[in-house]
Design a protein around this ligand. Structure first.
Ligand code: ZN
Length: 432
């Protein structure tokens, strides 16, 4: 069960953390309390929504399979976006659009037009290249195939909440903005969320954000793990291994840089890490290469630590170039190009976060024991702008994220959906 539990936020590296928000947030009388959630859960319309979740698992399963079968590699999400837009129409959302970034937006209107919106988001992109076979198989109740949980489960969560709101007729005070966003994975670099929160017409209208990512009900991501990624290319004149011996070698230069950089010391708290994940270069064993490239990932809960490691990396590369250059200066020059290919801001949820207090109150009501976690998710962007945001799973269980053996088990999905609905309505407020 532990392994399953850890699969909750599928596309992110997770780290357990000591978290002090809990008691502080719940001590504030203005914050949502379990008894408020209990009152909400007793409303007839909310009951209707719960019943809808239970009686429509087959429909949700079908939607999940269909959406997962549409390829959505990074920067290739358009077809899946069109399909999601049609579902948003079918489910009765308003103001539906695909924005300039490619995000699909739909609004469930609230009674108070001016109240800050609650954004409910799920990313539509996957890590899988366009030519990946997206064959979804059933293994008993389980579904198996690439992207079925990450983020087929999150998107299905959006579809379920939109339909249940409509069918049950729950009147909420603040509007609920449904967002199926692009660009969460890898090189996507959170561009969908950046656009939504920095440039779109909704940017100033959103209050709290709930991100649905993957399966599970066992964790709440409250702290945004920051990261910065680099592609470093060393170039030289190249040549023949015998005739041009002595010409500076880009692979050797890069190897020196890696050796130096990997000696960097990092703290355990705030946890900080680095990785050289890709190395490429050269053409044959008897050629001095003309270029060599590596990709480096730096992660930390602290921006200061990320900056310090970036300086180490740049120093290591520049020193390696200088050394190789000095040793072989008579036979041409090498130079290095350091390119930033990704940057995700580190940030913390504010201590008085209503979204956190709300999900805690809901978890207490539903008897869910969730752990708070630090991870890199779509919530990084609103958190880095000082906004309230959490990331949770969309119920059920799953595993094997980012592999073609990924699986999702919908058993208990309705508990996850109840949790999302109650948290959303607690934040939005409801009228009688
Ligand atoms: Zn994901």
């Amino acid at each position: 069960m532990r392994r399953r539990a850890l699969a909750a936020i599928l596309c992110s590296l997770l780290a357990p953390m000591a978290f002090s928000l809990n008691t502080r947030a719940l001590a504030d009388p203005q914050q949502p309390r379990p008894q408020d959630v209990a009152k909400l859960a007793e409303m007839r319309q909310v009951h209707e929504a719960f019943k809808w979740f239970q009686s429509h698992e087959r429909d949700l399963r079908k939607l999940q399979i269909e959406v997962t079968k549409i390829p959505a590699p990074p920067f290739g999400e358009a077809n899946r976006a069109l399909w999601v837009r049609d579902r948003f129409k079918e489910f009765g959302l308003y103001d539906i659009e695909i924005d300039k970034a490619g995000n699909v937006i739909g609004l469930s209107r609230g009674a108070k037009r001016k109240a800050p919106l609650i954004a409910l988001t799920a990313h539509i992109d996957t890590v899988f290249p366009i030519d990946t076979v997206l064959d979804i198989k059933s293994d008993g109740d389980k579904l198996v195939g690439p992207g079925i949980g990450d983020n087929g489960a999150g998107l299905t969560g959006l579809f379920a909440i939109a339909q249940a709101l409509k069918v049950s007729g729950v009147k909420h005070t603040a509007g609920i903005l449904f967002v199926a966003n692009v660009g969460e994975e890898g090189e996507g670099d959170l561009r969908g969320m950046r656009y939504l929160f920095q440039e779109s017409k909704w940017a100033d209208k959103i209050g709290a954000t709930i991100v649905l990512d993957g399966a599970g009900v066992d964790s709440i991501v409250t702290e945004a793990l920051g990261s910065k990624r680099f592609e470093i290319t060393v170039r030289g004149p190249g040549g023949h291994s015998w005739a041009d011996f002595g010409t500076p070698n880009p692979i050797v230069t890069l190897a020196r840089a890696i050796s130096r950089f990997s000696e960097s010391q990092v703290p355990n708290d705030p946890k900080t890490s680095f990785n050289v994940g890709v190395i490429q270069g050269g053409t044959s064993v008897n050629s001095i290469p003309e270029s060599a490239t590596m990709r480096v990932d730096i992660r930390s809960a602290s921006t200061t630590q990320i900056d310090a490691l970036e300086k180490n990396l740049r120093d290591a590369v520049n020193n390696a170039v200088r050394e190789v250059q000095d040793a072989k200066s008579r036979k041409g020059i090498v130079n290095a190009d350091i390119k930033v290919i990704g940057e995700r801001p580190a940030a913390d949820l504010k201590p008085d976060s209503r979204a956190y207090a709300a999900v805690r109150a809901v978890d207490s009501h539903l008897d869910i024991r969730a752990q708070t976690r630090r991870a890199s998710t779509d919530a990084n962007i609103p958190l880095s702008l000082g906004k309230d945001a959490i990331s949770v799973g969309a119920g059920g269980t799953g595993g094997g994220a980012h592999t073609i053996h990924e699986w999702y088990d919908p058993a208990g999905r309705d508990l996850g959906l109840k949790r999302i609905l109650l948290t959303t309505l607690t934040l939005a407020g409801v009228g009688e």
